[in-house]
Design a protein around this ligand. Structure first.
Ligand code: DQA
Length: 164
């Protein structure tokens, strides 16, 4: 039987997935809970790390309010990670620097958002990073992080399939 799609997740133990979080995401849980939910970033990190580790991946979470930190971490992901899942928060809508950093590396990057940015204010509809990411997950609350993880694992799997 051929196993396809998500059923085959977890076949690549040791896969390194880096979650990057942008400005104000350290305030999750307290910040506009009607939009962003009541879980803290630490709660999400713990659950996503458990899930990822149970599927053989190694998960790292970072958060910064500084655009410069995020640019540096994206650059380093070329060596440090097999896939990046990024919630660039407000920098999504403004940062050419983040876009250029993502375009500069070969490591695949997946864009995620807790809220559906396309259903909100017009200035959130445009993502500066979308075109250089593999894809975008937006609007599933904390589950956007789990979906981002699954997308990262599926990507690594198809890349490993292509190279071997
Ligand atoms: C966000 C959406 C952005 O528009 C906003 O600036 C954020 C969070 C989200 O996860 O829904 O800070 O990225």
């Amino acid at each position: 039987m051929t196993i396809v799609g998500m059923q085959a997740l977890g076949y690549f133990p040791g896969m390194r997935i880096l979650f990057l979080n942008g400005p104000n995401l350290n305030m999750l849980g307290r910040r506009e809970p009607g939009i962003y939910g009541s879980m803290t970033l630490k709660d999400i990190q713990e659950q996503v790390t458990d899930y990822g580790e149970n599927h053989g991946a190694s998960i790292e979470f970072r958060q910064s309010n500084s655009e410069a930190d995020l640019v540096t971490w994206i650059q380093q992901a070329q060596e440090d990670a097999d896939a990046v899942v990024i919630n660039a928060a407000a920098y999504t809508h403004t940062s050419i620097a983040l876009r250029d950093a993502i375009a500069a590396i070969q490591t695949p990057v997946i864009e995620i958002h807790l809220s559906n940015i396309h259903a909100r204010e017009e200035f959130r509809h445009r993502s500066m990073i979308a075109a250089v990411c593999v894809g975008q997950i937006s609007g599933f609350g904390h589950n956007s992080y789990f979906l981002g993880l699954q997308a990262a694992m599926a990507l690594a799997q198809s890349q490993a399939g292509q190279s071997g």
